[in-house]
Design a protein. Structure first.
Length: 81
């Protein structure tokens, strides 16, 4: 365990930077693609690896997700909502 700790201290920053860059690139790609859809509103967060987007005309996202899951789910493929 101590050797793993030394590796983390000595090499962890490079891994962290690589991981952050990968997450940011994925987020930026998704932001760009979602931004082309006329019914999607998506702000770009300053310091986050995720996006929250809004679908215009959709008032109840939970009901929508449940209906979508029920429509496409196979037995046992999705957990109970």
């Amino acid at each position: 365990m101590q050797k793993a700790g030394l590796v983390a201290v000595n090499q962890g920053e490079a891994v962290r930077q690589e991981t952050v860059a990968c997450f940011q690139a994925s987020r930026d790609y998704l932001y760009q693609r979602l931004g082309t859809l006329p019914y999607i509103e998506v702000p770009l967060p300053a310091d986050a690896m995720y996006l929250f987007f809004r679908v215009r005309g959709l008032d109840d996202s939970l009901a929508f997700c449940k209906a979508l899951a029920a429509k496409v789910a196979c037995d046992g493929a999705l957990p109970a909502l």
